[in-house]
Design a protein. Structure first.
Length: 233
């Protein structure tokens, strides 16, 4: 059994999907980051970086409980544990890892920053940051479109953790200012993944999760974003 510390962000969605794809039993523990629950002493023992997701595998290496945090590490751990969604051949394996890293170092940070500047920054603030991230998001979508014109999946010939990692970040492409109308390869890839039974099951679970996001106070938002009195000195 796996204890899964979760809410609804794209990084969390990845882990729901791989758990459902691999059929691994898990128990959900919701950490409402909009209430600051990620800063509790109990949770900091699980993830010292006070982020979600995180897992505790009660039957980890040597049969002992083992904690994994950071979504990319969790994907790799669960792929190895289940023997699925990661090629065994060295070249194919690193093809998958490279595209996983593009999500972790490019797609996630850039898409996340664009969302922040679209939704959570006062309109009076200069538009430079928004425009910078909007441009980079469009460039990255172009990289994905080109790759998917050359390969059926991001990691190569087979569906893998590279696809699972990237898919949740593309679910709001319209809100990110990117249309798929002129992106047939992304459209094909997205539709095939969205139709997978495990993905449907994961998204159905995510859809009913409640959080404090819509009613968070200004102070709770300041804490979440590390600004105001919560900014690091």
């Amino acid at each position: 059994m796996i204890d899964f510390y979760a809410l609804t962000s794209p990084n969390v969605q990845k882990i729901y999907i791989i758990l459902e794809e691999c059929g691994l039993p898990y128990t959900e523990h919701f950490i409402d980051v909009w209430k600051g629950e990620q800063y509790s002493p109990a949770y900091l023992k699980i993830n010292p970086n006070n982020k979600i997701p995180a897992i505790v595998d009660r039957e980890g290496p040597g049969g002992k409980p083992y904690t994994v945090f950071e979504s990319g590490a969790i994907l790799m751990y669960l792929a190895e544990k289940s023997g699925r969604l990661m090629p065994k051949d060295t070249a194919a394996r690193y093809e998958t890892i490279q595209w996983l890293m593009i999500q972790l170092t490019g797609v996630g940070p850039m898409f996340g920053q664009l969302t922040h500047f679209k939704l959570f920054v006062p309109k009076s603030v200069d538009s430079y940051a928004h425009d910078r991230y909007q441009s980079e998001v469009k460039r990255l979508y172009g990289v994905l479109e080109k790759r998917l014109g050359e390969s059926p999946w991001l990691g190569g010939k087979e569906y893998s953790i590279a696809d699972i990692a990237t898919f949740p970040w593309t679910r709001n492409h319209d809100a990110q200012g990117v249309s798929f109308t002129d992106k047939p390869n992304l459209t094909r890839w997205f539709d095939v993944i969205a139709a997978r039974p495990a993905v449907k099951a994961a998204l159905a679970k995510i859809a009913v999760i409640k959080s404090n996001r819509e009613t968070a106070s200004d102070e709770q938002k300041d804490q979440f974003f590390g600004r105001g009195k919560y900014a690091a000195a």
